[in-house]
Write a protein that binds this ligand. Structure first.
Ligand code: C2E
Ligand code: MG
Ligand code: MG
Length: 399
């Protein structure tokens, strides 16, 4: 593996080279000036697999260097090194990831041999994520999909953190497209909102979810069913009555239904929305503030709307145990929810570290790939049987 070190401090370069040699990495080239490093990279004479770069450099600083790496299409690994405040280092790391650079980690100076080794071990497990292709669809095609039954519900389990028991599922819409296969909601919810199809879409998703809940209930499975609604659904004053009637028709107690609201678009008519949201709660239908912590769900909403559940956005869950900024925001959100008497859900639980952290955090419920990916309804009972076994192991270890 060929490694390039960039740091304006000669001593730091010496130390890192020595540490790398001890770890068995002998092919190391050092540069004190970022401009020289860039020239070397651009010449293409020596392709590098990994760059370790300091952030604080006099002429071209680390952030500018990152931008230049993107410009020249550098595809190898990158490790950021800095003596700066750890929040600056974390932000630079996020910036690099947003540029789709293959960031293996960020190291605080002075770098310890253990930290260095750990970051280098990340190399094998991480490859730069490909850019997803984003296609948008025309209104007419979406309308036909909704009326033609090509919109199906996937369900993602939510589990109680204290016991590991499955408490409910979140309904996530999918479009079974004849040519494009399974299309995800970020490719059609926006169109539905902009073209006035969102009421039809929500009605379809909700009806199917309630029907499925009825099937599960008959099999003895009493799950909370969460359904996402758009702020644009909250313009029709009849909405709460329609939802309550649909639940009654399916034989599902309204208290088993939770509507997740994200402010993806501005409230057109705040008074009507407040009216509708309050009447939903009066009908014992649950209201969850979704993606909490992002720009879409604000403290003002928390103040004005009688939510009974708060879902912390995955941006403040995954990695919270390692990142003190994320953790501070996560814990503050939980504290607020608790004081307001709300249930708490953490979304985006992706690995064992997230799970272990959450078990000690006081959060009620967890949802994420670590537990299960969204799945078709038919797969749920099979998954539950497997989860029962896994859950015993997970709960046996001390949090
Ligand atoms: P959301 O309500 O916040 O749903 C959670 C999203 O995060 C889902 O994406 C889910 O698959 C994904 N997810 C779950 N666990 C993890 C994890 O551990 N890591 C990561 N990285 N992601 C995870 P999906 O299904 O693509 O849905 C995206 C968004 O589309 C949803 O976000 C929701 O806002 C919206 N949406 C989905 N179905 C509907 C619907 O029927 N109506 C409306 N209005 N919006 C919907
Ligand atoms: Mg949701
Ligand atoms: Mg969410």
């Amino acid at each position: 593996m060929k490694i390039l070190l960039v740091d304006d401090e000669p001593f730091a370069l010496k130390l890192l080279s020595h540490q790398l040699a001890t770890l068995g990495f002998g092919e190391v080239v050092s540069r004190e000036h970022a401009a020289d490093a860039l020239a070397l990279l651009e010449s293409g004479d020596q392709p590098f697999d990994l760059i370790l770069c300091d952030l604080q450099m006099p002429e071209i600083d680390g952030v500018e260097f990152i931008r230049q790496l993107v410009r020249i299409g550098y595809g190898g690994g990158l490790v950021l090194v800095s003596g700066e405040d750890s929040r600056i280092l974390q932000t630079a790391e996020r910036l690099s990831r947003a540029h789709r650079l293959n960031v293996l980690g960020a190291l605080h100076k002075p770098v310890s041999p253990e930290q260095l080794q750990q970051v280098l071990e990340n190399r094998a497990s991480r490859a730069a994520a490909p850019r997803p292709v984003h296609k948008t669809y025309e209104r007419e095609e979406l309308r036909q999909a909704i009326t033609g039954g090509r919109l199906v519900n996937y369900y993602q389990p939510m589990v109680d953190l204290a016991s590991g028991a499955v408490t409910g599922v979140e309904t996530l819409a999918r479009w079974l497209h004849p040519e494009d296969g399974l299309v995800f909601p970020d490719q059609f919810i926006g169109t539905a909102e902009e073209t006035g199809l969102i009421d039809d879409l929500t009605r379809t998703v909700l009806t199917n979810a309630l029907h499925q809940a009825c099937v599960w209930q008959a099999a003895g499975l009493h799950l909370q069913i969460s359904v996402n609604v758009s702020m644009d659904n909250l313009g029709l004053l009849e909405f709460p009555d329609a939802v309550a009637e649909a639940a009654a028709r399916a034989g599902i107690p309204s208290s088993n239904l939770e509507l997740e609201v994200t402010e993806s678009r501005l409230m057109k008519d705040p008074l009507a929305s407040f009216d509708i949201l309050t009447r939903l709660r009066l009908k014992r239908i649950g209201l969850s503030i979704d993606d909490f912590g992002t720009g879409h769900s604000s403290l003002a909403q928390l103040r004005d709307i009688p939510f009974d559940e708060l879902k912390v956005d995955r941006g403040f869950v995954h990695g919270a145990c390692r990142d003190s900024s994320i953790r501070a925001i996560f814990e503050a959100s939980l504290g607020m929810a608790r004081q307001l008497g709300m249930k708490t859900v953490a979304e985006g639980v992706e690995d064992q570290e997230d799970w272990d952290f959450l078990r000690t955090s006081g959060c009620d419920t967890a949802q994420g790939y670590f537990i299960a990916r969204p799945m078709p309804a038919a797969d749920l009972t099979g998954w539950m049987a497997a989860w029962e076994i896994r859950r015993r192991d997970l709960m046996a270890s001390r949090p």
